[in-house]
Write a protein that binds this ligand. Structure first.
Ligand code: 3S1
Length: 320
């Protein structure tokens, strides 16, 4: 808002948005600690997804820290089309409000379930958008720690937007030290750091083995989850799945999984280089981008100008 001060000089005054600036419609989703509602800015008529959190419930359930992590990470990740953008936050006596990008296409998981599987072209497109977004997050010092097809939403263009940063981790140092030894510099943020009170474990099927054995997540933990997602898009099911969480964890730490018959060979090679128990030996992002599976992908901003491919299920070649 442009206003005139006491001396007659024009000043830009920022006016904080509040509950009264939006009209609320139907619920888009409900979680354990929040409800997401369709909201419209009364002035611009732009539609948003508004996440509403009950303050008493958040305090009672000791989730204050996670609400702050979500706000802080989203405020750090504002310049990328692959991340659900946080526009405004405000509160009233009862609730906290996060005004977010509306994702009309819903969850990638829902789309995948309707399709059963994705063909190689769809998997390449959605895989590339997810990887480009992970690359941006990691460069901004954020590890998501709970990547899965439920946390990948689709906008009206059927482009992805990653959500749910409540369990993300903000890395402290982002500096790469100079050295004169001729050795490649170690990136402190690539080495799992000690985390005392780390009781957090993401969704069982996508949890990395290092989280289960050392209680430590690093950037490469997101690439393990990425490998699980690539497998799931083509196979229609995640690689590690069992009757209960404990059995799923046992499969993960034993790298006990199989490719369905007819799984494409090039994609299999990529998944095998991502589902590697030692996080230090997992394919780094730059190598994933250059893997044959992603041949022909233009990385960077052009990836977000492309028209999404028509959804098609994977049809395995006939067996001999
Ligand atoms: C709770 C449970 C919320 C829905 C739509 C499951 C989150 C949800 C949601 C949006 C968001 C889901 C977040 C940002 C949205 C997912 N933008 O449109 O279905």
């Amino acid at each position: 808002r442009q206003e005139i001060d006491a001396n007659g000089k024009p000043v830009a005054r920022y006016i904080k948005k509040g509950v009264r600036d939006f009209s609320f419609a139907h619920t888009l989703g409900e979680g354990s600690y929040s409800t997401v509602v369709l909201g419209t800015d009364r002035q611009t008529l732009k539609e948003y997804a508004i996440k509403i959190l009950d303050k008493r419930h958040i305090i009672k359930e000791k989730k204050v820290k996670y609400v702050n992590i979500e706000k802080d990470t989203l405020n750090r990740l504002t310049e990328h089309p692959g991340i659900v953008r946080l526009y405004y936050t405000f509160q009233d006596e009862r609730s906290l409000y996060f005004v977010l990008d509306l994702c009309k296409g819903g969850e990638l998981l829902g789309v995948l379930k309707r399709m059963t599987t994705f063909d190689e072209e769809c998997t390449r497109f959605y895989g590339a958008q997810i990887l480009d977004t992970i690359d941006y997050m990691h460069k901004r010092g954020v590890i998501h720690r709970d990547l899965k097809p439920e946390n990948v939403l689709l906008d009206s263009q059927m482009h992805i937007k990653i959500t749910d940063f409540g369990t993300a981790k903000i890395l402290k140092s982002q500096r790469k030290p100079q050295n004169s030894s001729g050795m490649p510099p170690l990136d402190a943020t690539d080495i799992p750091e000690e985390e005392r009170a780390s009781s957090f474990v993401g969704t069982a099927e996508y949890v990395s083995p290092e989280l289960l054995t050392d209680k430590n997540a690093c950037k490469a933990s997101d690439l393990w989850a990425f490998g699980c997602i690539i497998f799931q898009l083509l196979a229609g099911r995640p690689p590690f799945k069992a009757g209960n969480e404990y059995q799923t964890f046992q499969k993960i730490v034993a790298l006990d999984y199989d490719f369905p018959a007819g799984f494409p060979a090039v994609a299999r090679d990529l998944v095998e280089r991502l589902l590697v128990l030692d996080p230090a030996r997992r394919l780094p992002i730059e190598h994933i981008k250059n893997h044959e599976f992603f041949q022909g992908i233009a990385w960077g901003p052009d990836l977000w100008k492309r028209k999404a491919p028509r959804l098609k299920a994977y049809v395995p070649p006939p067996r001999e």
